[in-house]
Every structure is written in C-alpha cells, then in structure tokens.
Design a protein around this ligand. Structure first.
Ligand code: UDP
Length: 403
C-alpha cells in the first residue's frame, strides 16, 4: 500500500506540476509567501506541520499530498485536529487521534457516495478506528468520480420521475421520521424502495408500475439511482435503502413504543431477523413474524394474523414486484397504518446471507459482492440489468423527467 501511495503521489505531482507552480506563484505574489504551515496533531498525538499554499484561493490544500508521501497522512481518514483545538476535543472524539488524518475526510467521501446517513461528525467518530488499517486511494478516486457525477445540481428536495415512476428524494433520517410519525398518527402510508432492477421490471410489468404509482412513497435505493438522477440534473440527497433503514427504524420504533410485524423470506428467517433486532433493541416490540412462501388464496388468512397482532408497521420481504403488488391489494386488510416492501433484508439480518463489508459499500460495489455470493441467481440482474438500466436512463428515461 505504501509503495502504491508513493507511486500515485509522484504521478499526480508530475501531472499537476504546471498547476502546482502557477498556484505557488499566485500565493507568493498575493501574500509574499510560498507556503503556510499549521501545527496539527496526527496519529498517536504526533505533531505535523501541515503545509498549504498561501492565500485562500482554489488549490490551497494541494501541498498536503506531501504528507501522504511521508506517511503522516492517509488518503482517506478523519479530519486532522489543530494543535490549538486539542484541549477542546471532546473525549468521545479522541478516537480520531488513533487513525492517520486523511487527505479527504471519511465523512466527505461517504457524503459524496450518498451514504453519510448518520451525519459527518458521528461517522468520523464511528469509523476512525475501523479505517486505521484500511486506507485506499481507490476509495478517493471513487469518491471524486461520484462527486463529479453528483455535482450537476439543478433541483433538490423535490422528487423526480424515471421510466414513469415518481421517486421521492429523502434523506435516511427524514424517511425514518416520516414513517414513524405516520405510524404514531395512524396515517396510512405505503412505501416502496426502487433500485435499477426494480425499475427494469417496472418498465415491462404494468401491475408493478401501477403498484408503484399508487404507493405513497417510492425511495431511491443505491448508486444506480444516484447516477440516473444526476443524468437528469437531479442530485439525490441520500441512498435510502431498506437494509440500512431497518436497524434505524427498529431503534426509533422501540423508543416510541411502536410494534413491527415482519412478513416474508423463508420459514424461520423473519423470526431470526426479529431476534437480532431485539438483541440490539431489547424493548423493541415485534408483533409477529410470518414466512413469505404462501399461495395467493392464503393471503386473507395471513392478513388476519397480521391484523390481529395490532402491528403499527408491517415490513414485507417477498421480493419485487411481488411484495409491492401484494401490498397494494392487501394494505387495508393488514390493519397497520405503515407498510413497506423491503426486499431481501431479513436474509441479511438473520445471518442467512452475509452483507457486503463496509469497504465494498463505500465503493458502491455492494451489487458485486452479492453477485459473487449468488452468481447463478443474480448474474442476469446485474450483468445485463445494470447496463440495460443505464441504456434506458440515457435513451428512454429522458422523456419521463419531471420536476
Ligand atoms: N421471497 C418470499 N416469497 C416469495 C419469493 C421470495 O418471501 O415467494 C423472499 C426471499 O426469500 C427473499 C426476498 O423475498 O428473502 C427477496 O429476495 P431478493 O434477493 O429477490 O430481494 P431484493 O434483492 O430485491 O432485495
């Protein structure tokens, strides 16, 4: 890794030589100095004389590449702590001193990727230790590419439409709040998540399209949607997927005394996922669980069981489009105000299928990990589906764009 870093820095410095020279001369002409130095604290409290070009113009931070070369800085890591700020550092933030400071902060990277669900400060603290050994120039390159793609902001906050499906733009915490508030107010809310595979299916399946049209919320799940949205000049606020939402929803539901019913997946899986969630949130109320392999004519019986449980929120994991179409038909018979189609997430939380490690998710490669684990089931979805989705985004989706 060290040799690779040296190679990357040297190549970058050579490629950027004219820019570096112009910026250095500009600083000198405007401030009388070539460089400025600030004392910051690195890993294990070592002092670093952090170098910047003089003056506040663009490119000020370029000399920090030098610190990557010397090994004092990592490519990605916590923000460096100024020597003067050291005494003000909260105890819980001391963990930042256990990792090498990053050229780019972890929070910035995950924000660019649309996965900074818990806010930058929390993220940096939580991941400083985890990243001590996992620095990666690849992550930096990916973050830069993603932020370039996401930079074309024209609209924000409103929804947008893709292949005739209206998609809501929400952050993860807004989503949790609106679901919990609807459950508390007993206001009906049916929500779906869509990823490229879902939109490919909706493109050909009118029943699914109708189910999505009539849903109260359709959340954008994953990097594919982010790319498609930005193609149409819309910068999505977040990546709102069921898998990351689930633990947050459970935590909030348990705080507010709301109960959940988990319906779907193979026998025993929903119950195992419920157990895992109760381990993390001991006061969480699980109203009941049921597998998702029942015949159409058994639906009424299943609805009766859910309704009798008195659940406030029902999570249905039977795969798209089955879960969305089923929920459209049966929402009213379930007795619960808030219902969500959540895909395969009980499999992850029950431990039946491992989820991609954080490093893969940071790189937007969760799909590749899933493909590697279940190639025969998923190759078509990803290897044909993803390019098809991008093709449709570029050539067919354009006419569907609306504010
Ligand atoms: N499933 C189900 N009933 C069915 C078909 C599937 O409960 O008739 C479950 C399956 O066991 C899995 C989930 O639905 O837990 C969907 O998995 P998939 O990987 O297709 O979901 P996605 O990738 O869309 O999240």
């Amino acid at each position: 890794m060290r040799a690779l870093s040296v190679l990357v820095v040297t190549t970058l410095a050579l490629a950027l030589l004219p820019v570096l020279l112009i910026r250095a001369v500009w600083g000198r002409m405007n401030t009388g100095r070539w460089l400025e130095e600030e004392l910051v604290v690195g890993r294990n409290g070592i002092s670093i004389r952090q170098k910047s070009f003089a003056g506040l113009a663009l490119g000020r931070r370029l000399p920090r590449l030098w610190h990557v070369l010397t090994g004092e800085y990592a490519w990605v890591g916590p923000r460096p702590v100024g020597k003067d700020d050291l005494s003000d550092l909260a105890i819980r933030d001391l963990v930042r001193l256990e990792a090498r400071p990053g050229l780019v902060s972890l929070g910035t990277v995950r924000q660019a990727m649309g996965i900074a669900h818990d806010g930058i400060e929390t993220l940096e603290r939580a991941t400083a230790l985890e990243w001590r050994r996992r620095d990666s120039p690849a992550l930096l390159v990916k973050a830069l590419l993603t932020s370039l793609v996401s930079r074309r902001r024209t609209r924000q906050g409103a929804g947008f439409s893709l292949f005739g499906v209206e998609i809501d733009d929400r952050t993860m915490s807004e989503t949790v709040t609106e679901l919990i508030e609807a459950a508390e107010a007993k206001r009906n809310l049916r929500a779906a998540f869509v990823n490229p595979d879902c939109l490919n299916k909706a493109f050909q399946d009118d029943n699914y399209l109708t189910a999505l049209h009539s849903a109260d919320r359709v959340y954008a799940d994953g990097i594919g949607l982010r790319i498609a949205a930005s193609w149409h000049g819309h910068s999505l606020s977040d990546n709102v997927n069921g898998t990351d939402l689930f633990p947050r929803l459970c935590q909030e539901a348990s705080r507010r005394g709301l109960s959940l019913y988990l319906l779907g997946a193979r026998p025993g899986i929903a119950a195992a996922a419920a157990k895992a969630m109760r381990r993390a949130n001991p006061s969480l109320q699980i109203a009941g669980t049921h597998h998702g392999y029942f015949r159409g004519e058994q639906s009424e019986d299943v609805c009766r069981q859910v309704s009798a449980s008195g659940a406030d929120l029902v999570l249905v994991a039977m795969g798209a489009p089955r879960q969305e179409i089923w929920l459209q038909r049966h929402h009213r018979s379930l007795g619960a105000p808030v219902v969500l189609g959540v895909g395969g997430l009980f499999d992850f939380y029950s431990g039946r299928i491992p989820r991609a490690p954080q490093a893969w998710r940071d790189l937007g490669l969760e799909w590749l990990f899933r493909l590697w684990r279940e190639p025969s089931r998923l190759w078509k979805r990803y290897l044909i589906g993803n390019p098809l989705f991008l093709y449709r985004t570029v050539f067919a989706g354009r006419r569907d764009l609306m504010a």
